[in-house]
Design a protein around this ligand. Structure first.
Ligand SMILES: *[C@@H]1O[C@H](CO)[C@@H](O)[C@H](O)[C@H]1NC(C)=O
Ligand SMILES: *[C@@H]1O[C@H](CO)[C@@H](O)[C@H](O)[C@H]1NC(C)=O
Ligand SMILES: *[C@@H]1O[C@H](CO)[C@@H](O)[C@H](O)[C@H]1NC(C)=O
Ligand SMILES: *[C@@H]1O[C@H](CO)[C@@H](O)[C@H](O)[C@H]1NC(C)=O
Ligand SMILES: *[C@@H]1O[C@H](CO)[C@@H](O)[C@H](O)[C@H]1NC(C)=O
Ligand SMILES: [Zn+2]
Length: 475
């Protein structure tokens, strides 16, 4: 009987050791904060002093870099991070919503409010978390405003149309809001958070500029501030933090020789097109008029040594940018340094992204810290589709179908046997041992008393009471 009780205790205690249950806190699972610093290229910490990012790497995990989805632009690649799907599979194929019949286009910001654009068959992790009983929030993360199958993020904030994405005071206010109000007071389990820099500085001044370096210092200060804020709000012990970005940044060659201007290409004519998106960095998409696909394609293919031209269905499969019906029949992208201009060169940015995701300049950084992560570990590069299954694992939720694998990120985690099961088995064995010792003593005392009782048959009621008490204790 005693052994059965002991066994139950042991099994009970190891049965509770679900790898996702809390460590360092008593109230349930760990929380997860996903942060994107737009356009933070993987090597931006190499030419700037970044004490807080360095400390985070020592306390946690750092990937050499990660590979974003293609097209390497903001809305599509962010949606890959929170769905685990390649862009051709989630359908958010561009920063801009567009209609090839009416020729309408909506800006990055306006597109946030077009539900049909975002809700194209894939659910962001916050919807999946909510459906499985968790509480989620999103601050400025692309996709926040949209409904998905009629559902919205529980706590969401979309930036106003006119917004300074670079104000450090505002950043700190947002950090404290997420830590204090969202995580601590409202007890959210998951929050996605977006910062619009250093993308802005990288575009305007170029990735090698002093302004970009200053902005990386600001990001670094903010990372220090947010880890301190988590401590200050008493959630540091049970908060996992993932910090990454949507794409990198590449220097645009100075306007001198050999610019790509479609109008100047022999035999190419805009009058053969029904709809086009060009003058958008190094990428373009064309919808030729009925029957003119091959004419347009033949005119462009090979017309410029730094212009890549593909029919949609012939796209290199490694780019995963083909299957969506939203992708137009001809896809263009330029080699690093070049832009795709339509009639005239009208793009003035010194830095751009949108290039092939193989190029090192397009790779974002990746950092993670918290109770579930190893310390002082650098891991090999992986694709950003794999962040989603990692996040689902950390939250203990069942993922939607996706293109990632936990396999690529599992080595970052504290092995469950080290972190949880073994200590719990020790606790279990300790409990069983203690229980058996207690039972042994009670048994011995009981026997001694019983013997005394047998010897002195005429006993007082006091002694009866004592032995009864002892028996009760041993139950
Ligand atoms: C584009 O606009 C046309 C005309 O208003 C409409 O019939 C069509 O459904 C729209 N397509 C998309 C994808 O919004
Ligand atoms: C995705 O959008 C396309 C039109 O852009 C539409 O035809 C298709 O039905 C949508 N798929 C889903 C699952 O919403
Ligand atoms: C940043 O935001 C704060 C608070 O809204 C404001 O007081 C300050 O003037 C802003 N700083 C800049 C440089 O715009
Ligand atoms: C342009 O098209 C004409 C007729 O189709 C062809 O003969 C000519 O070689 C083309 N020129 C170039 C530069 O492709
Ligand atoms: C997991 O990844 C490793 C490489 O890290 C690979 O060798 C292995 O085949 C993968 N396993 C699965 C099930 O995909
Ligand atoms: Zn971006």
């Amino acid at each position: 009987m005693l052994w059965t009780v002991g066994l139950c205790l042991l099994l009970g205690s190891s049965g509770m050791s679900h790898p996702l249950s809390s460590r360092g806190g008593n109230s349930g699972r760990n929380k997860l904060l996903l942060i994107s610093f737009d356009g933070f290229r993987w090597d931006y910490d190499r030419d700037v002093d970044t004490p807080n990012l360095d400390a985070m790497a020592r306390d946690g995990v750092k990937a050499t870099y990660v590979t974003p989805a293609f097209l390497t632009i903001t809305n599509p690649t962010h949606f890959t991070i929170i769905t685990g799907r390649y862009i051709e599979n989630h359908g958010v194929i561009h920063n801009m919503w567009f209609n090839t019949t009416t020729l309408e286009k909506k800006s990055y910001w306006q597109t946030q409010f077009v539900n049909e654009w975002w809700d194209n068959g894939s659910l962001p992790i916050w919807i999946t978390a909510q459906r499985q009983g968790l509480k989620a929030g999103s601050l400025h993360f692309p996709g926040t405003a949209s409904l998905y199958q009629g559902e919205k993020v529980g706590v969401g904030e979309v930036e106003p149309a006119v917004y300074d994405y670079s104000n450090e005071t505002v950043w700190r206010g947002n950090v404290d809001k997420v830590m204090g109000s969202w995580f601590r007071d409202q007890d959210l389990d998951f929050v996605a958070m977006y910062f619009g820099e250093p993308d802005g500085a990288g575009h305007k001044f170029g990735p090698d500029s002093p302004q970009r370096k200053e902005m990386v210092k600001q990001v670094d200060r903010t990372v220090g501030y947010l880890r301190a804020s988590a401590e200050r709000h008493g959630i540091g012990e049970r908060l996992n933090i993932i910090i990454t970005a949507d794409h990198g940044m590449s220097t645009v060659y100075r306007k001198n020789v050999n610019e790509i201007v479609l109008r100047k290409i022999p035999n190419f004519s805009f009058s053969d097109l029904a709809f086009h998106i060009v003058d958008y960095g190094p990428t373009g998409m064309l919808l030729p008029k009925e029957g003119r696909l091959d004419k347009v394609y033949n005119a462009l293919k090979g017309a410029h040594p730094h212009l890549n031209v593909y029919k949609k269905e012939e796209m290199p499969s490694r780019l995963h940018f083909s299957k969506s019906e939203r992708i137009l029949p001809i896809v263009l992208w330029a080699d690093p340094g070049y832009l795709i201009n339509g009639y005239f060169p009208v793009q003035w940015n010194k830095g751009e992204h949108g290039f092939d995701n193989r190029g090192l300049d397009m790779k974002p950084f990746f950092r993670a810290v918290g109770p579930s992560f190893q310390k002082n570990l650098e891991v090999s590069p992986f694709e950003t589709v794999n962040i989603y299954p990692l996040m689902c694992h950390l939250l203990g939720i069942t993922p939607e179908p996706n293109d990632g694998q936990l396999n690529y990120t599992r080595q970052m985690l504290v092995p469950p046997t080290e972190g949880l099961i073994r200590p719990r088995i020790f606790i279990g064995l300790g409990a069983v041992g203690g229980f058996l010792i207690l039972v042994f003593f009670v048994f011995m005392i009981h026997n001694v008393l019983k013997r005394q009782k047998t010897q002195e048959r005429s006993e007082t009621a006091e002694h009866e009471e004592d032995s009864t008490n002892i028996k009760q204790t041993s139950m």
